[in-house]
Design a binder for this molecule. Sequence first.
Ligand code: SF4
Length: 455
Amino acid sequence: MMTDQGSSFVATRNACKMCTPLGACLAFSGVEGCLPFLHGSQGCSTYIRRYLISHFREPMDIASSNFDEQSAIFGGQNNLSIGLRHVLESYRPKAVGIATTCLSETIGDDVSMFLNEFRSEQAGNADVSIPPLIHASTPSYHGSHFDGYTEAVAAIVDTLAEGGKRQADLVNILPGIVSPADLRHLREIVSDFGLTPVLTPDYSERLDGPPWQQYQRIPDGGTPIDMIRRCGTAAASIQLGDTPTGRTAAGILADKFDVPAMVLPMPIGVRASDQWFAALEKVSGRPTPKQHADERGRLVDSYIDAHKYIFGKRAIVFGDEDFVVSTVGFLAEIGIQTVLCGSGGQSGTLKESIDRIEMGPSEPPRVIEGVDFEDLTEAADDVHADLMIGHSKGYKLARHLGIPLVRIGLPVHDRFGASRMLHVGYRGTQQLFDRIVNTLLEQRQDISEMGYTYL
Ligand code: SF4
């Protein structure tokens, strides 16, 4: 079946994605003591810092090799060496995560070779100890922030993981781009099965931590490097999100160390969460703990209670592909029909993944890959949707259509508490479900001439 690729307009207008190294910087922030470093122009790191700070509301240092006109013409090796020396001396990082920008990729800088030469040059320098230098190739004209994140997680594991004796209680969790609250919840669930999670990356503390007495250049938190080294000995890898393309951390661990890989959809909704819990039952050999089974029961009960408020509503869903797929599946199980969905990502698998969802009596939605908000606006005008579900960049479209926007994913920079938004598992689905139901009730109340007080 042909995939709907949006209009034939040659430029992106109001992108439904963010830049590729942004995702890499987020992933590098989830490794303990790791400093994200952009090889390219300073403006790129400023843009990425601003975007991530407005979502997480925490400070974020991203170093830059600070290209100028000369480096743009003659190459950025000298800038990279100077920048790395500077950050190693002043930040003393446990690792440096180096992501390339559009400019360094366009001029063809061979960063792997530059890093090898840097290591050789500094080998005799007693003042500088060289931590792992993790390189992710992230040209932003090819892919989205999600691809940059996936590539950076793959690079982290490829650089650091080691093999060894299989550890039956160790499980690699590769969570996709989720909130700090989601990361904490995933860790809690895995621990409740008696397993030790290696959650890579884990930015839950670094990007949602308590206030400091003194500024920390590299905040506490992140997956310990010693734990990532043990990834090759784990009983299994569970990758959440089944839309990544290119190399993945789960694939690398399977190829290099024979760690079995389980690739699941993002656990949003009862069915997708059931798959996540079933995977943990299989790895641990234990049944789902009672507290989680009880949460599932309460969630199903709330589906029944709220059915009359939401059944037959029509939704537009957009954002990262893994979120879109699971959200569409979740809406189908609660009786909301997705009429249009789109993502700025271009994995080529979005439509196929949506087509696999059990839609019940509903028509499948129109699916547009590689979409921008101009394309989405043109498509949305005819679908008579009741609500939109996606990140904050969809606000203008929601306003244009006069329908509410339920914010999920990243970025959420026009509401407070993005770090505490829970999406995953039975508990996260419950919170999302309540938000959707209440949003529709609020809208009904607002447009009613009667001013209902009892719904
Ligand atoms: S130039 Fe490329 S890497 Fe830099 S901010 Fe823009 S899209 Fe991102």
